[in-house]
Ligand binder design. Structure first.
Ligand SMILES: Nc1ncnc2c1ncn2[C@@H]1O[C@H](COP(=O)(O)OP(=O)(O)OP(=O)(O)O)[C@@H](O)[C@H]1O
Length: 297
């Protein structure tokens, strides 16, 4: 279990990227959802001990991560957002090299590890090809292979599916789903479906703060009776945006379908809909952006 308490980070230029983050992350797949600039990468890099926070603490199964970063690194698998160096070396050689860096020195054991991982991520047939020639999906599958070296107990994947086509995204998510239940896996993403597809627990991070935490199914159940739908013409959109708490819009057959957050019927033409995780996410972001109404004295 990973326990984060009062974690804050202020960059040198004054940007407060994390602002008192408290999170308890059990074993299994945990989705950390947030818009661009929310602080996700800052949080992931801090947990991965690549940068030190301004204040706060992180414990992983009793280990004080900030005091003993080396010990954490031995049990960490990390796929950073910008895993972007694609040298001319082959997939096999690079993975072998990374296994050496991870301390798997013994030749036979390393060979077995590297071969098993290449099979697992379905890159065995292209193991002799240069990483530089890999597609985005192949690179991300290589990225997960290197993260799995040495059977880590904490795995962090930062925005792994951005830019993948649907088939590769599926392949990648299936790989994540195969990681054992006893491992803490943190999936940081701005893509709601990634979390909906995989994660029994999740949190929403925005503006460096945790806005929401829980099980997606419970959070969806809580939207019952609070999400309303209406189909309108495009020309009516601006008025609706002004008059209602519109949490999402999408086009269907040339018309616009809006979802509105409201505790009762917002008005004529609206029908109640069963919320989904997108509604949970966007209504949470919407609520956090609304000015706080002062309580009358
Ligand atoms: N090295 C840095 N120096 C100054 N500010 C930074 C630095 N890195 C990130 N920030 C700022 O901190 C905030 C959080 O950034 P961060 O990259 O952690 O968010 P994110 O949720 O990962 O966003 P994205 O999905 O766009 O990467 C942003 O306002 C960003 O501009």
């Amino acid at each position: 279990m990973l326990t984060i308490t009062g974690l804050s980070h202020v960059y040198g230029n004054g940007t407060r990227a994390l602002d008192g983050v408290n999170l308890t992350i059990p074993a299994g797949m945990f989705g950390l959802l947030g818009p661009n600039g929310a602080g996700k990468s800052t949080l992931m890099r801090t947990i991965a001990t690549l940068q030190s926070p301004t204040s706060g603490s992180i414990l992983f199964d009793g280990l004080d991560v900030l005091k003993e970063p080396e010990a954490l690194r031995r049990t960490l698998g990390y796929l950073p957002q910008d895993f972007g160096v694609y040298p001319r070396g082959s997939a096999y050689d690079m993975l072998d090299h990374m296994a050496v860096l991870k301390g798997i020195g013994h030749g036979g054991e390393r060979k077995q590890t590297v071969e098993a991982l290449l099979h697992k991520v379905n890159l065995w047939d292209v193991r002799k090809k240069a990483l530089a020639g890999f597609s985005g999906g192949m690179r991300q599958r290589f990225g997960i292979a290197q993260a799995l070296i040495g059977n880590p107990r904490l795995i962090i994947v930062d925005e792994p599916t951005a830019g993948l086509d649907p088939e590769e995204r599926n392949r990648f998510l299936n790989l994540l789903a195969e990681i054992g239940d006893n491992v803490v896996v943190i999936l940081s993403t701005h893509i709601v479906e990634d979390v909906a597809d995989l994660c029994p627990r999740m949190a929403v991070l925005a503006g460096g703060r945790i806005l929401l935490e829980g099980a997606p199914l419970d959070l969806i159940a809580e939207t019952q009776g609070r999400v309303w739908q209406k189909t309108i013409d495009r020309a009516e959109l601006d008025d609706h945006m002004r008059d209602y708490r519109v949490i999402s819009t999408r086009l269907f057959a040339g018309r616009t379908i809006i979802h509105v957050a409201s505790d009762g019927s917002p008005g004529p033409g609206f029908t109640p809909v069963t919320g989904n995780l997108e509604d949970v996410y966007f209504s949470t972001l919407d609520a956090s952006r609304r000015p706080v109404t002062p309580v009358a004295a």
